[in-house]
Design a protein around this ligand. Structure first.
Ligand code: FDA
Length: 392
């Protein structure tokens, strides 16, 4: 059985960064990846341009049962550290919006960066190598992979979450956690579109492909970003963000025109332009297509002088405080991430090591730390991977 200082399961963002971090400290590192290629989620991310970090990364951008847990790793390897790596490799990038940094060319630039850093510190990466079982030894861990077994003095679990089931076996990290008696925070799909019931679908599907800037609120959390109407319901950044805070059976409130006090504007317009129709007036604020759909499904298309104050209030409520009850989300099939995972109570926030099992580490999406949309999930993968690599 071949031995290494470190065996890492999973060559995604977290696993590869951990390999670089450990390798740069002179450790012998083996990375085992079940897929044919490494970094498949990096390749598909950011619409093919990988939103690799966010300039405004703060602990507040992460959800976890313990909101303090992410702080140590995020401070050991910051967004600026990753940006420095990107610049060292001469990868052209740009800020798209809200501090989100994307490659100018292709996500492949980021995978190439990671592979070249791994090569520089002699990391052994094996693809088509699915780990099927692990076993703690008197010293270190045995990792079974097909007909082969390896021994690692340290074992790092970087197997990701449950999203995009078509990409292969998922949840192996959670299985290991359970095997070793670690508790889990219940998992669910996050950063995921909403599916609406038939009543809403009839209006929303008519607008499929249209988008507008909204404020989406669930509980005490709000996001102001774009929202996209789809055949099944709602998507777009504002919806993906709020989906992480939404629980089945709860309502979401949407302000479809955040900068406009519809009640006040309609009362003024009723005086100044009494004969124009509601649909025509609305079409000055949203697209003609939206104004028509809203009037067909929600409002009577009357001349403004026929609108009572009560009617105006009803219209304003629908536009500035639209209360919707999603039926469900689209689930892991389209979710960008998995909320929940290995309970952080078991882990050292400094090193990501399981407190009671020296030498065993969990990093990246397997852990109960989930970022907002906008490059935060990769930043968590880089930071948690780096932190583990520095301490194992
Ligand atoms: P990841 O899932 O990346 O890696 C785990 C690896 O382990 C995989 O390669 C898997 O094959 C391997 N593995 C699993 N079980 C195994 C086993 N038993 N044996 C061997 N190997 C095994 N985030 C962001 O910040 N910016 C963005 O632009 C995007 N965009 C985006 C788009 C889409 C479509 C998705 C689905 C997700 C994103 N994300 C994102 C989220 C981001 O991709 C995600 O948070 C990170 O990839 C998580 O990195 P990990 O390394 O933890 O897991």
């Amino acid at each position: 059985m071949k031995s290494f200082d470190v065996v890492i399961i999973g060559a995604g963002a977290a696993g590869l960064m951990c390999a670089i971090s450990a390798g740069s400290r002179g450790k012998s590192v083996l990375v085992l990846e079940h897929a044919r290629k490494v970094g498949r989620k990096i390749l598909m991310s950011g619409g093919g341009r990988c939103n690799f970090t966010n300039m405004y990364t703060e602990p507040d951008n992460f959800l976890s049962q313990n909101p303090h847990f992410c702080k140590s790793a995020l401070s050991q390897f910051t967004q600026w550290d990753f940006i420095a790596m990107v610049e060292k490799h001469g990868i052209p990038y740009h800020e798209k919006t809200l501090g989100q940094l994307f490659c100018d060319n292709s996500s492949k630039d980021i995978v190439d960066l990671l592979l070249s850093e791994c090569q520089a510190v002699s990391v052994d990466i094996r693809t088509r190598a699915e780990v099927t079982a692990i076993e703690p030894l008197a010293s270190g861990f045995q990792v079974n992979c097909g007909s082969q077994s390896f021994r690692g003095q340290s074992l790092v679990v970087a197997t990701g979450g449950l999203s995009i089931p078509s990409m292969g076996p998922h949840g192996f990290g959670y299985k290991i956690a359970e095997q070793l008696g670690l508790s889990m925070v219940k998992t669910r799909a996050a950063l995921v579109p909403f599916v609406m019931d038939k009543q809403w679908q009839s209006c929303f599907s008519e607008l499929s492909g249209s988008s507008l800037d909204v404020v989406a609120t669930a509980g005490h959390q709000s996001f102001r970003e774009g929202m996209l109407f789809t055949h099944k319901g709602l998507s777009g950044p504002a919806i993906l963000q709020i989906s992480s805070y939404w629980r089945s059976g709860e309502k979401v409130t949407l302000d479809l025109l955040p900068n406009t006090d519809i009640a006040a504007e309609l009362i003024t317009a009723r005086e100044s332009s009494p004969n124009i129709y509601l649909r025509t007036w609305l079409a000055r604020l949203v697209t003609k297509r939206m104004a028509e759909a809203f009037c067909r499904h929600w409002f009577e298309d009357l001349p403004l002088h026929q609108l009572s104050n009560k009617k105006i209030q009803e219209i304003a409520t629908k536009i500035n405080h639209l209360s919707i009850m999603p039926n469900s989300t689209e689930g892991y099939k389209t979710a960008e991430v998995t909320l929940g995972g290995v309970n952080t109570d078991h882990l050292s926030s400094k090193s990501m090591m399981v407190q009671d099992i020296p030498g065993l580490y969990f990093i990246g999406e397997t852990v109960d730390v989930t970022g907002h949309l906008g490059g935060f999930n990769f930043q968590w993968a880089w930071a948690s991977g780096w932190a583990a690599g520095q301490h194992l």
